[in-house]
Ligand binder design. Structure first.
Ligand code: BGC
Length: 520
């Protein structure tokens, strides 16, 4: 076995939580159109459909808020196990639904499990990974989300040919397979070494680090060094810091809370779910209305999302989070603006009542095709940037004593923002059409400024070193690669000069404990 294999196994298996997340997001989009579904549930009207779809998101919100105390008390690992158990129960209920109330309750229960998993899986991956590949390990969860969405689209399409109620039951029930797989395999996964240290199981933490880093050699010097840094930091936090939720609103954590929740809010307001869930409406409005062409375009949409997450897995730890996000944002703004102009011209060309002028002169069919390509390009730009980074940054910037609580809040922000975007998208698409994409590009310009000014680079740093970045400035530029003309707070400069900078570049263990030093 290669030295790297254990970390891939651990992050890969827990990423099954991401698969369930993606599957649950994707599965209802086509089920709502299914003939047998509508007949069985007595043709739900728009409001009932909204309740059925959003009961999942509300459950996710509730689950993510509950996950913090559970992950602190019973461990990250057991919270993931609980998530898989609840998901299995939710899938069984939705599979067997005999009326709308049962379907809504099943979706809500599924949501609670996805709330647990989406909050705890990235944090667990982050806590078990070495700093130099933490970005890659957490991006595996995003990759699994994209696979989940893609598989859900495919299963919906395949099942749409079944001439009975199994047409919708099968897609709803099939998620039992990955949730049972997660449940069974989690039994063999280790507890997070940071959680073990925080609960005084030092020798277990040493064994886990040995298994994860050095072929089980728990006495290897690098294991001792990593354990020392973790232990010192957690002991320091325990003696000097409170772990209540209020701490998240106080210095020096307030800035991280704003950034962590802000990352999730901004991720949703990239409008990704308008494109993932309502692209069929856009395809239809652009003149491609047949069931087959919609299914095909949607399948390509899912595939683009899956494929373009791969560059993040390979390079995010090399490119860094800031650069990846800034490049992704510029691309999304550009493609959204082109999409808006194309859609505006399409409306002007095809709608006799439209008073708009045609800006891009092409035939309606070509305008439609180029617009669809623009949608794919936005999804592609999201897939390597905001997709993984939206989950990665909150999972790594908080100190261990607050990480679970903080992640439950940041994940809750993701779900509530997701709820707002998915609820308003159909109405806005109908009311303002292309202007919605102009609005997203303006929001994205705001996101660019926020990331540029306030998000420090976190690549290669250990979780214990994150405090340095948030000690005495709100600005992003306190890392070794910051522009030389930017003012640097004195304390931060002193720390960086003291050797942390060299360590960050090489990714090797640092001798002094910078956190304890930073507070002295
Ligand atoms: C987002 C989801 C989105 C998915 C698309 C995730 O990171 O949180 O809301 O549907 O990416 O791939």
């Amino acid at each position: 076995m290669k030295k790297d294999t254990p970390k891939y196994i651990v992050s890969g298996i827990t990423a099954l939580g991401g698969l369930l997340f993606g599957y649950d997001i994707g599965i209802m989009s086509s089920i709502q159109q299914m003939e047998h579904y509508n007949a069985y549930f007595n043709y739900p009207d728009a409001l009932t459909t909204g309740i059925i779809v959003s009961s999942l998101t509300i459950g996710c919100f509730v689950g993510s808020l509950l996950s913090g105390p559970l992950a602190d008390r019973f461990s990250r690992k057991l919270t993931i196990v609980l998530g898989a158990m609840v998901c299995t129960a939710g899938a069984a209920i939705t599979y067997g639904s005999i009326n709308r109330a049962m379907l809504i309750s099943g979706r809500f229960i599924n949501g609670v499990s996805i709330g647990f998993l989406s909050s705890v899986v990235p944090m667990y991956q982050s806590e078990t990974s070495p700093p130099a590949s933490r970005g890659r390990m957490v991006s595996l969860q995003q990759w699994a989300i994209t696979w989940g969405i893609f598989i859900a689209f495919g299963i919906d399409y395949g099942c749409s040919y079944i001439p009975s109620a199994r047409q919708f039951r099968l897609p709803l029930g099939l998620q039992i397979v990955p949730s049972i797989a997660l449940l069974c395999t989690m039994a063999f996964m280790p507890f997070s070494p940071r959680w073990l240290v925080a609960h005084d199981h030092i020798s277990d933490a040493r064994q886990v680090l040995g298994r994860l880093r050095t072929y089980g050699h728990a006495s290897a010097p690098e294991v001792a060094e990593e354990l020392r840094l973790i232990h010192q930091t957690i002991a320091y936090e325990r003696e000097n810091k409170s772990s209540s939720y209020w701490e998240l609103l106080k210095f020096p954590n307030r800035r991280r809370t704003l950034l962590g929740c802000g990352m999730q809010f901004m991720q949703q307001f990239t409008g990704i779910n308008t494109l993932m869930l309502y692209a069929p409406t856009i395809f239809r409005d652009m003149g491609f209305g047949s069931v087959q062409s919609i299914a095909l375009f949607q399948a390509i949409n899912g595939l683009v999302n899956v494929s373009l997450t791969v560059p993040a897995i390979i390079w995010i730890d090399k490119w860094g989070r800031r650069r990846t996000l800034l490049i992704g944002t510029v691309l999304i703004i550009t493609f959204y603006m082109i999409l808006a102009l194309l859609m505006r011209s399409y409306t002007a060309l095809t709608d006799a009542n439209s008073h708009e002028t045609v800006i891009i002169n092409m035939s309606a069919r070509n305008l439609g095709i180029v617009s669809i390509i623009m949608i794919y390009l936005v999804v592609a730009s999201f897939a390597f940037s905001w997709g993984p980074c939206g989950w990665l940054i909150p999972s790594e910037i908080f100190p261990t004593h607050l990480r679970a609580k903080a992640n439950s809040l940041t994940t809750g922000t993701n779900w509530i923002s997701n709820f707002v975007v998915t609820l308003t998208s159909p109405v806005l698409l109908e009311a303002i059409g292309w202007k919605l994409f102009m609005a997203y590009s303006i929001i994205m310009a705001g996101n660019f400024v926020i990331i540029y000014l306030f998000l420090p680079e976190t690549k290669n740093m250990t979780l214990e070193e994150m405090d340095i970045l948030f000690m005495d400035t709100v600005w992003a530029f306190n890392a070794p690669w910051m522009p030389s003309w930017m003012p640097v707070p004195k304390k931060t400069r002193a720390l960086l000069n003291s050797g942390v900078a060299a360590h960050l570049e090489t990714g090797t263990a640092h001798n002094a404990n910078p956190i304890v030093a930073a507070h002295q």
